[in-house]
Write a protein that binds this ligand. Structure first.
Ligand SMILES: [Zn+2]
Length: 339
């Protein structure tokens, strides 16, 4: 773990009420569950937990995703089993609110229905945790049986929203804008991955076509000041995952100290920090906070602002949002003494 904190900062971060708004359930697969399935294959921790590990490409990352995780998530029960551990870990780290996604087309290979899987995930949430469940899909998933599945998912009351993920360089197809609009018309929240492997132009295209107000990653927006200004002007939030960006060697993130979150935050963009796929990065949410403090000079007061952003974007009634922000107030006061 390259990101450490002195005991006082570690305690401050632990106690700070937090959110996770960018967490792929399959990518958070608890290693102990894989070990239970195959103690021989999974006898050693995976190589990508090493701090110095860097993925060679997104394709390599996806190959490992299939090898390690897709094989595990074969039923609603498996989603429940994994979510129970993953969500408890979130609570143990001080999360009050979590948005998690699952890969929607995985249902095409399962006997359980989408609503059954979502109910299984929801049932795994510890008491007191506010959970929102998103269905993720790739740019080219709206075809054959996938088309029917995506259309059907928009009618599931159990589903809170949809997310576009996977290979960013597969062109955005025309169905996406239509599906995103129909999802919103049915009360679903919509977001999309962009600006991770493609530049600021693609972030703009995503905003123009999908009309989302939340972008997953979006860090390469920094390549164009006009895009950054637009994010601020339109109040678009970025759910950023600094350690994921470093290990996936996102352009511009040659070291944590070079991560664009500093510039984006300073420019006034609403940014949150998240762990993305903790199974593949060996990261914990607290480390994301340590990384910002250690390598990017974020003060405690700034870390409180980042935590507050998570509650600002949370999909909850205003009185709940206010209650959480009120809970943060003493941390802001305490942080002021350390600035
Ligand atoms: Zn993601």
């Amino acid at each position: 773990m390259p990101y450490h904190a002195d005991p006082a900062l570690a305690e401050f971060v632990r106690a700070l009420p937090k959110t996770e708004t960018h967490l792929h359930l399959e990518g958070a697969c608890p290693f102990e569950l894989l070990q239970k399935l195959d103690p021989v294959k999974y006898a050693q921790p995976p190589p990508f937990w090493d701090d110095a590990y860097r993925y060679q490409s997104f394709n390599q990352f996806m190959d490992l995703y299939v090898e390690y995780c897709a094989a595990f998530f074969t039923s609603a029960d498996r989603y429940h089993e994994a979510a129970k551990i993953v969500l408890q870990k979130c609570v143990d780290q001080g999360c009050r609110y979590v948005e998690t996604s699952f890969h929607l087309p995985a249902l095409l290979f399962m006997k359980d229905s989408g609503p059954e899987v979502i109910r299984a995930i929801r049932a795994a949430a510890p008491r007191g945790l506010e959970l929102r469940v998103f269905a993720g899909m790739c740019h080219n998933d709206y075809r054959d049986a996938g088309r029917e599945l995506i259309d059907d998912a928009l009618t599931w009351p159990e589903l809170d929203g949809i997310d576009l993920h996977g290979w960013e360089d597969i062109p955005l197809e025309s169905w996406t804008a239509d599906v995103w609009a129909r999802a919103r018309a049915r009360g679903k929240f919509t977001k999309a991955h962009a600006g991770e492997f493609m530049g600021a132009d693609y972030v703009e295209k995503t905003l123009d076509e999908l009309k989302v107000t939340r972008i997953e990653h979006g860090v390469r927006s920094v390549e164009n000041p006009a895009t950054v200004a637009r994010l601020v002007r339109e109040g678009v939030a970025l759910d950023i995952c600094p350690i994921s960006n470093l290990k996936l060697a996102v352009r511009g993130v040659t070291a944590m100290s070079a991560h664009p979150i500093r510039k984006l935050f300073d420019a006034g963009v609403t940014v949150t920090i998240n762990s993305d796929d903790p199974f593949f990065f060996g990261n914990a949410l607290a480390e994301e906070y340590y990384a910002l403090h250690q390598d990017l000079g974020f003060s405690r007061a700034e870390l409180v602002k980042i935590a507050a952003n998570g509650f600002r974007v949370a999909l909850v009634p205003e009185h709940q949002r206010k209650a959480w922000l009120d809970e943060l107030a003493p941390f802001a006061v305490e942080a002021a003494f350390h600035s």
